[in-house]
Design a binder for this molecule. Structure first.
Ligand code: IPM
Ligand code: MG
Length: 358
């Protein structure tokens, strides 16, 4: 039976990079035996424009019926003045919550061909291979109560709530321990247990789950120190596990270690491994429509999709190898080009990866 993949191009450079991913999936279907049916749907600002809401019910139905979802990006300056409930970001947060995508895997890998693109010294980042496991459907992003209210003296006060249940901590810890087991067997849990009660519980529960994974070496680190260690000596890390907000921040930081946020894919998985895959770079409105965006993060997201949701490890490895080959050939989009090197276009990069699949 054919797998069903839903493409959600979204906003900004999303449609351009997803077009390259579609081309790749079609080539895998044509030449490499991938049985897949592709559909497209609306999310984010594109959905607001077409239907008045950032996550139409139809999109959720399509996503529920699909085996995997590939998303481009959401958001843009045109939508920033909308009420919070209608902003494109609500589409993304809404689909994560509705599909129960609690486990967000964000690898930060430095391709040897791009060692010069990092702002850190090559010896600090050479060989870097980190996996951030971010909790994605809880924490302060979703905690109630939340809002902005008026105090008795007339002043307004904004508030959000950081909550984690033991069961939520346990299941994300398991995902992280399992991932560490398939890698270098080291897990660092990041929290703020010196200040926050919820972090105290987080630390206790992660330590308890550790008993099931004695082959994995567990450490704990406060988030401020982790932010510092990531730029001081990033290669000390194998897998990091942390909360929704800390993971949001640390994953952008880790991305920059690799030189370009345009290279990094991500997977957001539910309890059964069904997932939504997206480049972590966002909609980059300043680049949109110019054919300058780097499609490799989306193409590498397709590799993760093949691996985790369609159980097609050989094809996933083939896509990743093709990306390596294209980098070896010297092809570079603007974000990863060396000074003075003429960059290639989004489409040229996508075509080169398809050609390198053979
Ligand atoms: C991310 C993004 C999102 C987040 C935004 C767009 C809501 O920054 O995926 O990291 O904060 O989770
Ligand atoms: Mg983010």
């Amino acid at each position: 039976m054919s797998a069903r993949v839903l493409l959600l191009p979204g906003d900004g450079i999303g449609p351009e990079v997803v077009a390259e991913a579609r081309k790749l999936l079609e080539a895998l279907r044509r030449d490499h035996g991938l049985e897949v049916v592709l559909e497209e749907g609306l999310i984010g600002g594109a959905a607001v424009d077409a239907e008045g809401v950032p996550l139409p019910g139809r999109t959720l139905e399509q996503a529920r019926a699909a085996d995997a979802v590939l998303l481009g990006a959401v958001g843009g300056p045109r939508y920033e003045e909308l009420p919070r409930e209608l902003r494109p970001e609500r589409g993304l947060l809404g689909i994560r919550a509705a599909l129960g995508l609690f486990a967000n895997l964000r690898p930060a890998i430095l391709y040897p061909q791009l060692a010069g693109a990092s702002t850190l010294r090559p010896e600090v980042v050479a060989g870097l291979d980190i996996l951030i496991v971010r909790e994605l459907t809880g924490g302060i992003y979703f905690g109630q109560p939340r809002g902005i209210h008026r105090l008795e003296n007339g002043e307004r006060e904004g508030y959000n709530t950081l909550r984690y249940r033991e069961s939520e901590i346990e299941r994300i810890a398991r995902v992280a321990f399992e991932a560490a087991r398939r890698r270098r067997h080291r897990l660092c849990s990041v929290d703020k247990a010196n200040v926050l009660e919820v972090s105290e519980l987080w630390r206790e529960v992660v330590s308890r789950v550790h008993a099931e994974y004695p082959d994995v070496v567990l450490s704990h680190m406060y988030v401020d120190n982790a932010a510092m260690q990531l730029v001081r000596a990033p290669k000390q890390f194998d897998v990091l596990v942390t909360t929704n907000l800390f993971g949001d921040i640390l994953s952008d930081e880790a991305a920059m270690l690799t030189g370009s946020i345009g290279m990094l894919p991500s997977a957001s998985l539910d309890e059964r491994g069904k997932g939504l895959y997206e480049p972590i770079h966002g909609s980059a409105p300043d680049l949109a429509g110019q054919g300058r965006a780097n499609p490799l993060a989306t193409i590498l997201s397709v590799a993760m999709l093949l691996r985790y949701s369609l159980d097609q490890e050989p094809l996933a490895a083939r896509v990743e190898a093709a990306v390596g080959r294209v980098l070896d050939q010297g092809l570079r989009t603007a974000d990863i080009a060396a000074a003075g090197q003429p960059p290639c276009t989004t489409r040229e990069m996508g075509d080169a990866v398809v050609a390198a699949l053979a």
